[in-house]
Design a protein around this ligand. Structure first.
Ligand code: ZN
Length: 53
């Protein structure tokens, strides 16, 4: 549960999950992946979509 940054009402529904791989930072000759799991919410009150990492 989180709060809408636009209108400050509580948002309980997760609209979408997305896993994003930010790849390929060569580090000590190994390839590294940064994995972000983003949650997208949609506010019921104002209809705005926003992200929460
Ligand atoms: Zn809102």
């Amino acid at each position: 549960m989180c709060t809408c940054p636009n209108c400050n009402s509580k948002v309980t529904r997760v609209h979408d999950y997305r896993i994003q791989r930010i790849k390929d930072i060569p580090l000590f000759f190994k390839h590294t992946f940064i994995i972000l799991k983003k949650r997208r919410y949609r506010c019921n009150a104002c209809g705005k979509n926003f992200m929460n990492i």
